[in-house]
Design a protein around this ligand. Structure first.
Ligand code: PLP
Length: 326
């Protein structure tokens, strides 16, 4: 099946721009760095989940859902974008959030409520799954039809958003007269990277896709990425195989763990703000940028290479992490 035949609801401002990060590149003295502004997808401050939600919401609508349910941490960008997407297409939304780091009523959590989502809190992330199931049962008893958006929007269907993002990058390469040698992206539930890995094969894109883990060990995240890429291929009946060697994940940049700030992240966020006027986020893109800066410093890329960093969004979380930046 042709990817363009899949039902899709347009939510994102596309194409998102690609900009050269000239000052940062010059300061680091290595490869030419570019940024794809997926923080500018336009949906309630944007981010990478918007592209996935274009497919997932079309599916929810087709299935007759009136309410979306999804889950995440209290500063989840995925949940905030899901709440915004639901508002935009006229669905209700219930978010199951776990308390943990930075769960003050600010940043994404403030926006979730502003966007009209119902919020159900659990004490830790291990309780989210059962709370989602209980929420679905409760809504059913109330006569509603719910649709569960998977964690991070990361299944084969959601990943289509990043497969077509690769095609978008290919046409921007032509317009800019640049060929990218590598694409670097923050990776968490594997949907973004899985979509890129699938898109790389579907659209014959030569650049290496590098995922920088937000908190998962390399082997686990690689498995997730492979699962999503394979699921996407199956959905389109593409006879593709994916080997573990086709997935590149670096897991040395998340520090103590998911959502826990560290010095390299703070320094990368400040550096990109001060050199490029671009705001990263403390949980994903800040740590991924710390990774990219380190890889450039170690000579992972040569100085003639073009490297595209996908800015996956997350800026509202900066306010929940204000203490780390003072
Ligand atoms: C969710 C998220 C990611 C990770 O994307 P996955 O598709 O879950 O791997 C990266 N950056 C930001 C800002 C996010 O919100």
């Amino acid at each position: 099946m042709n990817i363009d035949k899949l039902p899709r609801i347009e939510l994102a401002h596309l194409p998102t721009p690609i900009e050269a990060m000239e000052t940062l590149s010059a300061e680091l003295g290595g490869a030419h760095l570019f940024v794809k502004r997926d923080d500018c997808t336009g949906l309630a401050t944007g981010g990478n989940k918007t592209r996935k939600l274009e497919y997932l919401l079309a599916d929810a609508k087709e299935k007759g859902a009136d309410t979306l349910i999804t889950e995440g941490g209290s500063q989840s960008n995925h949940c905030r974008q899901t709440a915004a997407a639901a508002a935009k297409v006229g669905l209700d939304c219930t978010l199951v959030l776990n308390r943990g780091f930075a769960d003050e009523e600010t940043g994404n959590l403030l926006l979730d409520r502003m966007l009209g989502a119902e919020v159900v809190f659990v004490d830790d992330s291990t309780q989210r799954g059962s709370a989602v199931a209980e929420t679905a049962e409760r809504l059913q008893r109330e006569g509603r039809t719910s649709y569960v958006v998977p964690t991070g929007g990361s299944n084969g269907l959601g990943a289509m958003g990043y497969a077509i993002a690769l095609r978008e990058i290919q046409s921007q390469e032509k317009a800019l007269g640049v060929k990218f040698d590598a694409v670097v992206v923050a990776s968490g539930s594997g949907g973004t990277q899985g979509g890129l890995v699938f898109g790389k094969k579907l659209f014959d894109f030569p650049a290496e896709i590098i995922g920088i883990s937000d908190g998962e060990p390399r082997d686990e995240l690689s498995k997730q990425v492979l699962r999503v890429a394979r699921e996407a291929a199956r959905l389109l009946n593409e006879p593709m195989t994916f080997a573990p060697t086709e997935v590149t994940v670096f897991d040395e940049y998340y520090g103590e763990g998911y959502g826990i700030p560290n010095e390299a992240m703070v320094s990368a966020v400040k550096r990109v703000a001060r050199t490029e006027g671009i705001l990263l986020d403390p949980v994903y893109s800040g740590k991924a940028m710390a990774g990219l800066i380190d890889l450039v410093g170690k000579g992972h890329f040569n100085s003639a290479q073009n490297v595209l960093f996908i800015h996956t969004g997350g800026t509202p979380a900066l306010f929940a992490y204000a203490a780390s930046f003072r």
